[in-house]
Write a protein that binds this ligand. Structure first.
Ligand code: F3S
Length: 423
């Protein structure tokens, strides 16, 4: 891999041992990927504060510098950690104190994470603590090279914002935060951003439930390729695209999609493909029903113990809609809505949180049941409006899942019974 002069200087220790270790990691990583050079980035979204027993041990042995060296720089050496070189944010992590007494989650991990926030916050990591950093102030611009983790955030950044990032890992984002560099390959290169598959919706796709189902179908079909989707699509909003992208990245490994006329790199179908489009594939009534049945294939008992809304983390409009659906009602099952903490502040000011609490629900932040491997004690059956959460949580927690609209989920939380159906 060709290194620029500033990169050679970092590698050779001109900016200290931690930066040298970071550059060493990026060179090894880039060469393994076949990257020819590094690109500059001023936008890193990674994870440093997520607690774990391994991290707890490393902190006991050598403090946060040791944990960062081992986990975020793949190095056993011990050195002082400098201030982040470029803007860096923390994605979702474990539950915080708002979940104490609500989620069966160890208080020791909450404390460890709070300690991590102090350390990394002082080193320049912005604790956004969400899988949707684009909802709370981290909005890269078109063409901007980023180093982001979290599949649902990566597909949103590439597709909706036109930024450029691969799906990075804990170590590569750690190294990028200290160097402002990331291997230039994959989605960073224009020639790798054209569509590969054309999928046309022949049934209306409107509202985030249908966008989620459509995304789940598309991801399963194209796997790690780049779908271009057209057809009877209603004008999507942030929530629709958040659910569509997250679903494509769950049933498949989609990191970039195009919606001609809507997403920034595809004014037309031809532009999305960089030439003539391939043979079109169809999403019709049969495919929609099969997708719905697949997402509901992990539920057999209709007795619902737990309802989860907000995966990816809910927009303020979703929180408002949940509050409207819960107004004046009383829950029999547990209901959690996950949202970024910055948006929970808005929900508090608007009175949404109080309405949800009065019904018996919770507005939680920072994490989710899949991320923290934690649902209400005794949960056997849960319901969700998220294709991504329906995909992952049964495998993570060994529970049954129902998938349906936000209103059907609220109904299940009120009655304790799943009564959803495809309309
Ligand atoms: Fe976010 Fe958890 Fe879903 S991290 S994307 S709410 S699985």
């Amino acid at each position: 891999m060709r290194l620029a002069d500033d990169e050679k200087a970092m590698r050779d220790g001109a900016e200290g041992p931690a930066v040298a270790a970071a550059m060493n990691l990026l060179v090894r990583y880039g060469e393994a990927l076949g990257a020819e050079h590094l690109c500059d980035t001023r936008n890193v979204a990674g994870t440093m504060t997520q607690p774990s027993p391994v991290k707890e041990r490393l902190v006991r042995e050598g403090g946060w510098p040791k944990a960062f060296s081992v986990i975020n720089l793949d190095s056993d050496a011990e050195f002082e950690i400098p201030h982040m070189r470029v803007p860096t944010c923390q994605l979702q992590h474990g539950f915080s104190d708002d979940a104490l007494g609500v989620a069966p989650y160890p208080a020791s991990m909450v404390d460890l994470q709070a300690d991590a926030e102090s350390f990394y916050g002082a080193h320049g990591v912005n604790i956004l603590a969400t899988c949707t950093p684009y909802q709370v102030g981290n909005l890269p611009v078109r063409g901007e090279h980023c180093a982001w983790m979290e599949s649902s955030a990566v597909v949103y950044a590439n597709s909706v914002l036109g930024a450029r990032t691969n799906c990075e890992g804990t170590a590569s984002t750690g190294a990028a935060s200290l160097t402002g560099k990331i291997p230039c390959w994959g989605n960073h290169l224009a020639e790798n951003r054209h569509g590969t598959h054309l999928i046309e919706a022949e049934v209306p796709v409107e509202g985030f439930l249908d966008w989620g189902m459509f995304g789940y179908f598309v991801g399963d079909l194209v796997q790690e390729n780049r779908p271009v989707v057209t057809g009877s699509l209603a004008q999507p909003d942030l929530t629709d695209l958040k659910h569509f992208g997250a679903a494509t990245a769950s049933s498949g490994g989609v990191e970039l999609f195009h919606l001609p006329g809507i997403t920034p790199e595809a004014s037309t179908v031809e532009q999305a493909f960089g030439g003539p489009p391939p043979h079109r594939l169809v999403y019709g009534a049969r495919e929609r029903r099969e997708t719905y049945e697949l997402l509901n294939s992990q539920g057999s008992s209709s007795d619902v113990d737990f309802v989860l809304l907000g995966c990816p983390h809910a927009s303020i409009d979703q929180v408002a809609r949940a509050a409207r659906a819960l107004e004046g009602r009383t829950l029999t099952a547990e209901l959690w809505i996950m949202t970024p903490r910055a948006l929970r502040t808005v929900a508090d000011r608007n009175g949404y949180t109080e309405i949800i609490h009065r019904a018996g629900g919770r507005v939680l932040t920072d994490s989710c049941p899949a991320m923290s491997k934690s649902a209400p004690e005794g949960t056997r059956v849960f319901a969700t409006d998220s294709a991504k959460q329906a995909h992952y949580l049964p495998a993570i927690l060994g529970i049954e899942a129902w998938f349906g609209t936000l209103e059907e989920c609220v109904d299940a939380a009120v009655t304790g019974t799943w009564r959803g159906e495809l309309r």
